[in-house]
Design a protein around this ligand. Structure first.
Ligand code: FAD
Length: 352
């Protein structure tokens, strides 16, 4: 029976970052990913999506992303970079392999997949959030007969031409999809509070500089910077600036409930809509780890990336709870380096 030192589940930017640092160690690792090709969940995002920071702030560890044609790289440019990154380092990846369940057997992880069973001493879960879209609960949701999609399934505005569309969510996804759909449809934008727009000359670099400062211990935790600087601050990319010029970036607070043809506002007035696009984020995709009995409130308790209850398990890339800015291209490298250091130490203790 072959036993790997480390198995990584998920071949997006987080899984690849771990593979990058493992490749430099002596450890025997295998990465399992359910996609047919490189790119992680970027393969499924909408057609016009652009990164919110320039290529030199969108690079994985070890090899800088080539300069993009325009200031902000397109998703196609990023996917092609990730694909070249994988080839450059020749990572040990098995694709497509879907991990269904992880169990613990005699001190080892038993990883059940659609292509067979694998065993490892340590495990890194880097399965992202894209497969677990979040939609808030609204009264009478089921009564609404119009279309409802999550941003995870949005590709372009074609299906919404000439329609009346409600767009829910005050982050970058909401603002970018609103900007696109409002060109062909009548839109209304719902956000919990007034959306926070970054100044025009500030983009994702600002978040990353803060992440670096925090990682180096130069930021005061008491000021709670990780909460005040967030990916939900809207970056004024060209399409969003254009929407501002067209005066469509006006958000209103949530409605009370759905009715058959639309929504009912707090003052009981009804407004019809043909469709709702939920741009309301994601939760960690941890289903495969449920048999371990350590998933609580859709999370696993960690110290940095290491599980507290299962110390041979690390979780990478899910959000600030697995390292500040670890769910970003720039930020994940730092947590990956630290994670591999911890894995190496744990395994050396295991062997001695
Ligand atoms: P994913 O990319 O989701 O990779 C996880 C991989 O694991 C996927 O291949 C998935 O199919 C696979 N997988 C899942 N479950 C299993 C399983 N059970 N078995 C096997 N494989 C499995 N960050 C930035 O830095 N800059 C940006 O401009 C930016 N823009 C964003 C725009 C949007 C709309 C979104 C949603 C996010 C954006 N982010 C951005 C954040 C972040 O970079 C992405 O969410 C990124 O995809 C996260 O990478 P990941 O590797 O953690 O997860």
């Amino acid at each position: 029976m072959k036993v790997y030192d480390v198995i990584i589940i998920g071949g997006g930017q987080a899984g690849l970052s771990i593979a990058y640092f493992l490749r430099r160690s002596e450890l025997d690792y295998l990465l399992l990913d359910n996609q047919l090709e490189a790119g992680g969940s970027w393969l499924q995002t909408w057609d016009s999506l652009k990164l919110f920071s320039p290529s030199n702030y969108s690079s994985l560890s070890g090899w800088a992303m080539p300069k993009s044609k325009e200031e902000y790289p397109t998703k196609a440019e990023f996917v092609s970079y990730v694909s070249a990154y994988e080839k450059r380092y020749g990572f040990n990846i098995l694709r497509p392999t879907e991990v269904m369940q992880v169990e613990k057997k005699q001190g080892l992880f038993k990883i059940k997949t659609n292509t067979g069973i694998f065993y490892s001493k340590t495990l890194v879960s880097a399965t992202g959030t894209a497969r677990n879209p979040f939609v808030p609960e609204y009264s009478q949701n089921a009564a609404f007969i119009g279309a409802q999609i999550h941003s995870a399934n949005y590709r372009n505005a074609d299906d919404f031409k000439g329609k009346s569309v409600l767009i829910v969510g005050g982050g970058n996804s909401g603002a970018q999809i609103l900007a696109e759909v409002s060109k062909v449809a009548k839109t209304k934008w719902i956000t919990l509070k007034e959306p926070s727009f970054l100044p025009d000359d500030i983009d994702g670099r600002y978040l990353f500089d803060a992440a670096t400062q925090k990682f180096l211990g130069k930021l005061d935790d008491k000021k709670n910077v990780s909460h005040s600087i967030s990916l939900s601050n809207i970056v004024m990319i060209e399409s969003v600036k254009d929407a501002r010029t067209r005066n469509v970036l006006q958000a209103v607070r949530p409605f009370k409930e759905f009715y058959e043809n639309g929504v009912i506002w707090d003052d009981e007035t009804k407004e019809p809509f043909d469709a709702v696009i939920w741009c309301t984020g994601f939760r960690a995709n941890l289903k495969h780890l449920e048999p371990l009995g350590i998933v609580e409130n859709k999370k696993i308790a960690t110290k940095n990336t290491r599980s507290l209850k299962e110390p041979n398990l690390w979780l990478v890339g899910y959000g600030n709870w697995t390292g500040f800015a670890s769910a970003t291209i720039y930020g994940v490298g730092k947590t990956a380096r630290q994670t591999v250091k911890e894995i190496t130490e744990a395994l050396s203790k295991h062997i001695n």
